[in-house]
Design a binder for this molecule. Structure first.
Ligand code: AVJ
Length: 321
């Protein structure tokens, strides 16, 4: 394994994104900044809560999907995973694909990716692990795969689980689906997990667990801004809120200022009214037919799909070019 992991992006633009986001009429911070080391660990803790069904459901679906995939696409040699995080779900794929040689985890959290890659290399000694650090939503990131030292002629599968696609505005989601062709290579496939659940109660509970782990995950953004950017957020005067926006078909996460206050950052002062929010995340919940239509418009064809029926409508779609 080539370590340290290859760094793709050049500048850390967390500071830029926070300054820009707090200057807008609806204050916001992009959700990709959730995932520093602490945030990545908090996300893993969210996936173990009773309310957060997507991980549990997708893992159960994968037990059925991986053997099916090994039959449908027995020749897959390389798995590429944008936003790999802890690579927990991937392990089933790494074990179940008979000709797999290479795994390329891509993540924005360098230290976390490094640790996960070392552990995977210990657990899968025969596999070539090739971590890439960076923001997979950068337009240039997809082409980085071709300059990386990879067996590019191999049959590739892009694995994009967890409904991460839901974090992108539909137009950005479509751009991402188009960029995935470059990752997959001409004849590659995409296995993508999409939360197609529409039940409002279930959705709201999943983003507001009783133990408060999602709240801590949300507030960690402000702690991170204090630590890395020297901001002076009083973290406890911003409370976590999850909202369902039915017309946009999305869950929204906000940090609500519980009082009138101001925050200093990089020589600037940002005022908050009581009740004013920082919008921190969108999680779009597509209906199956709408998702398939979007994927088709982006040059992907549906090969097969698997949908949960026990506790949600989470779906895994296998798409081919
Ligand atoms: C990792 C982006 C799929 O949107 O469900 C979990 C992130 N945010 N709880 C999601 C998240 C709050 C998660 N994704």
């Amino acid at each position: 394994m080539n370590l340290p992991a290859e760094q793709i992006d050049t500048a850390n633009d967390f500071g830029h994104d926070v300054l820009y986001g707090l200057s807008q009429p609806q204050k916001s911070i992009p959700c990709k900044w959730f995932y520093d080391e602490a945030g990545s660990l908090l996300f893993e803790a969210i996936t173990r809560t009773a309310e957060y069904y997507p991980t549990r459901v997708e893992t159960r679906l994968l037990a059925e999907v991986v053997p099916a995939l090994a039959r449908i696409k027995p020749g897959i040699q390389c798995v590429i995973e944008p936003g790999s995080g802890a690579s927990v779900k991937t392990r089933a794929l790494l074990q179940g694909l008979p000709l797999l040689q290479t795994y390329v985890p891509m993540d924005i959290s360098a230290d976390f990716l490094h640790e996960v890659s070392l552990q995977l290399q210990r657990d899968f000694p025969a596999l070539a692990i090739h971590p890439l650090v960076g923001d997979f939503s950068d337009a240039g990131f997809a082409s980085a795969i071709n300059t990386a030292d990879l067996p590019i002629d191999s049959e590739r599968l892009v694995f994009f689980p967890g409904s991460t696609i839901g974090n992108f505005h539909p137009e950005a989601a479509a751009r991402l689906l188009e960029q995935f062709h470059a990752l997959a290579g001409g004849s590659g496939c995409l296995l993508i997990g999409v939360d197609t659940t529409q039940d409002e109660k279930r959705l709201l509970a999943a983003y507001n667990d009783a133990a408060g782990i999602t709240a801590a995950f949300n507030q960690n953004l402000l702690k991170r801004a204090n630590r890395e950017l020297g901001a002076d957020f009083d973290v406890h005067s911003f409370s976590h809120e999850a909202r369902f926006n039915p017309s946009e078909g999305r869950i929204e996460m906000h940090l609500v200022s519980t009082r009138k206050q101001s925050v200093q950052l990089a020589g600037k002062c940002f005022g908050f009214d009581a009740g004013e929010t920082i919008y921190t995340e969108s999680c779009y919940k597509y209906r199956s037919a709408a998702f398939i239509a979007m994927a088709q418009a982006c040059g992907w064809h549906l090969q097969q799909h698997w949908q949960d029926e026990q506790e949600s409508a989470f779906t895994l779609f296998l798409l081919r070019s």
